[in-house]
Design a protein around this ligand. Sequence first.
Ligand code: ADP
Ligand code: MG
Length: 239
Amino acid sequence: MLTITGLNKWFGEYHALRDVDLSVASGERIVVCGPSGSGKSTLIRCINRIEQFEQGSIVLDGVTEKGARQTESIRRQVGMVFQHFNLFPHMSVLDNCTLAPMRSLKQPRAQAESYARELLDRVRIADQADKLPGQLSGGQQQRVAIARALCMKPRLMLFDEPTSALDPEMVQEVLDTMVGLAEDGMTMICVTHEMGFARQVADRVVFMDRGQILEVAPPAAFFDHPEHERSREFLGKLL
Ligand code: ADP
Ligand code: MG
């Protein structure tokens, strides 16, 4: 579904992504981990074209994209969930969920609302539909953010540390939602250091360090027998 080849990205002089290659099959679940500053967010943002890149290619479903129109189409097919939710604070939960389907997909309001309510129900938050994001807990807001992304019927979901800004007691409800998505067969790339989640759902764990992918392995192999010295060092700090 997704093929990243020879991806290089610079911020000015700083070489943020170095020769990144990664292919993701339809239905596959990838967990990306690595030290802070290793380029995880940058990689995710390049996939979604929030960030430009200088070299290499990112091909989604065989569509090599150049130009604004294809960027639009990629963004429509790729859902993104951020660390800090990024919900529109002045809009109700329901309106947060219907905005993009109505604007980008030109769905009539009734259709967008009915699908949004279905998804809010799926993340077990249907009763909060008319509230403002600020009236919800962090865990609830993140579940809204997941529902909002799903309203665009994405083929690929990107998560960038979706639980790292949450109070500890709210982490599990968001992880449970993500596990549910994985069980439904969603193709997912998740930046997270939640090892339990990685072990439970990941097909492969990608370890990044200093802009490079240093190791790719199934979770059991990665966590129990990391090959690279820097992977071992990183895991040692997590425990
Ligand atoms: P991670 O998500 O793994 O913590 P990031 O992808 O956010 O890492 O950042 C990788 C490196 O790129 C860091 O050194 C960071 O400071 C740098 N970086 C990220 N975004 C920018 C930016 N907009 N301008 C300049 N440097 C950036
Ligand atoms: Mg990051």
